[in-house]
Design a protein around this ligand. Sequence first.
Ligand code: FES
Length: 99
Amino acid sequence: MWTSACKVSEIEEGKSKIVTVNGKTLALFKSGGAFYALDNSCPHRGGPLGEGHLEGMEVTCPWHAWSFNVKTGACESMPDMKQKTFPTKVQKDDVLIDA
Ligand code: FES
């Protein structure tokens, strides 16, 4: 279900924000002018990916430094792991996530 997560202006380029959408805690990133949403809970030990460092399309978990592609959810550190991703779109001033 598409739901407004925040205002476009709330996230600067290269930054992130942890949002709650339909009871799910998600990490929302802005990279290259586009928004990407991942499950916030790192599959390693549950670290908050939305507080991780974003470099291009890669976010690094703040707890033990596993890194994930914010578009595909692919884990660079553990190729067997894949973080769940959620579609996003911008409508007027809002960032919507289908979660
Ligand atoms: S909890 Fe994310 S790398 Fe350990």
